[in-house]
Structure formats: structure tokens, C-alpha cells
Design a protein around this ligand. Structure first.
Ligand code: APR
Length: 171
């Protein structure tokens, strides 16, 4: 694996890495949770740029500037709403990570921070989601393209402990 995976507990809006990932909805016009926090800190210019993007389909990813955030860029991705796990939720979540990383590569982004996409309002079970997130990050770091620094930013200590356990298992 050429690169590194970092795990932190904190508020993703405070991170000064090249890009932070937003767990948005398909309108890209803001919401609650991490989406609300990112828009609050970034300021109104972020919403103005998002309006011009015309939304995003689940699993997709779109890039904007970070504005008043310390991060230069925001990558907006739309996670799956978890139902009973039989409607390709896993594949859509995997696409969120893979497409966000590929978009970051195209923008020359070297460091990227992810929240636990879909595990809040969208109800994706944290352990199942974490396995997908870690596998996607490791798969990316087996390749040659940046970003080479992938940060998982957990908002709660409970979530951080799940990531720590599963990262330890898959070391
Ligand atoms: N920094 C890092 N992580 C955060 C922050 C923050 N400031 N705020 C919340 N989180 C975490 C939550 O604790 C959860 O683990 O982000 C994860 C994703 O939760 P949500 O923000 O609820 O996102 P999601 O489950 O993907 O649902 C997306 O919620 O906010 C709306 O517009 C959004 O409709 C979309 C839906």
C-alpha cells in the first residue's frame, strides 16, 4: 500500500487537508449533519457554486472550492439511503468512495478526509459501512495515483472505535 490511512475523531470542517468530502443529498443544496456543518462554515458562496452543479446522483461525486473552510476543495458525494441492504446500497456506497477518490486524483488532490458517509440520517449500519470505506481506501492506495493520504474523520468516539477495530483487523 503506497500511502497512508489516518483515523481521527473530530469535526471535518476544521481540517486543513486539500479536500474534505461532504455527505450530501442529490440536490446538493445543503441539509443537516455534516452537509449542514460544511455549508455553515464554507459560507454562501458554496451554495451558489452547488446550485450551478445541477445535483448529483447517488454514488456520484462533484467538486467545488472550499471557500471559508480551511480545506481548498469540497467533494460532494451522495450516499445511499439504507433500506434492507438488498437494493445495491453496498455498491452505491463503494461508488461514493471510489468516485470521490478518482475526482480528487483528477484535481491533483494529495490529501482527502471522509466522514462516515450514509451512517447518519441515511441509516447505513456503521460497521458495514466502515468495512466498505476501509476496503475502498486500501484498494485506492494499492494504485499509483494521488491522493496518497486518506483521512477518516469520525464525529463520534463510538464510530472512531469501530474504524480503529476494523483498521486493526485489516492491517
Ligand atoms: N464532521 C465529521 N462528521 C460529521 C460531522 C462533522 N462536522 N457532522 C456529522 N458528522 C457525521 C455523522 O455523525 C455521521 O457519522 O457524518 C456522518 C454522516 O451523517 P449525516 O451527516 O447524517 O449524513 P448521511 O447519513 O450521509 O445523510 C445524508 O443528511 O444532512 C443530510 O443533506 C444530507 O440529506 C443528506 C443526508
Amino acid at each position: 500500500m503506497n500511502g497512508e490511512i489516518e483515523l481521527i475523531r473530530g469535526d471535518i470542517t476544521t481540517l486543513g487537508c486539500d479536500a474534505i468530502v461532504n455527505a450530501a443529498n442529490s440536490s446538493l443544496l445543503g441539509g443537516g449533519g455534516v452537509d449542514g456543518a460544511i455549508h455553515r462554515v464554507a459560507g454562501p458562496e458554496l451554495l451558489a457554486e452547488c446550485r450551478a452543479l445541477g445535483g448529483c446522483e447517488p454514488g456520484g461525486a462533484k467538486l467545488t472550492a472550499g471557500y471559508r473552510l480551511p480545506a481548498r476543495f469540497v467533494i460532494h458525494t451522495v450516499g445511499p439511503i439504507f433500506g434492507d441492504g438488498t437494493a445495491d446500497e453496498d455498491e452505491t456506497l463503494r461508488d461514493c468512495y471510489a468516485n470521490s477518490l478518482a475526482l480528487a486524483a483528477s484535481a491533483g488532490i494529495e490529501s482527502i478526509a471522509f466522514p462516515a458517509i450514509s451512517t447518519g440520517a441515511y441509516g447505513f449500519p456503521i460497521e458495514r459501512a466502515t468495512r466498505i470505506a476501509i476496503a475502498a481506501a486500501k484498494r485506492w492506495l494499492d494504485g499509483e495515483r494521488p491522493p496518497r493520504r486518506i483521512i477518516f474523520c469520525c464525529f463520534s468516539e463510538t464510530d472512531r472505535q469501530v474504524y480503529a477495530r476494523l483498521l486493526g483487523d485489516s492491517a
